[in-house]
Design a protein around this ligand. Sequence first.
Ligand code: ZN
Ligand code: ZN
Length: 109
Amino acid sequence: MGNEFSIEVKVRDTNGTYTARYKRVQASNTSGAKQAVQQLSKKVFGKLQRIIVSRINHCEVSRTAIFKVTPDDTQKCRVCGCSWSNACSDSCYWVEDDLCNECVGDDDE
Ligand SMILES: [Zn+2]
Ligand SMILES: [Zn+2]
């Protein structure tokens, strides 16, 4: 079962600095490979998108770790119910953890 929305992120460890890379997007971090992946994912999927990170491979020789990052599709808008794979519009993004930009103002609390 493939997930067409997942991406493969490569992380290089250069003397304690972890650089995650996906296409032309990069993020560096000194606290760990996973943290670098999370930082990079925010640039790719947006700051509020929850993600699932799993490690695919680790090559000791090249010191490159490969991670699979998948947007968490259980994260849904509380008003319209849209998610990453089922966006309510082309320009839909999270303004809150569970509220998309299309539904701002429609939410009577
Ligand atoms: Zn919505
Ligand atoms: Zn939406």
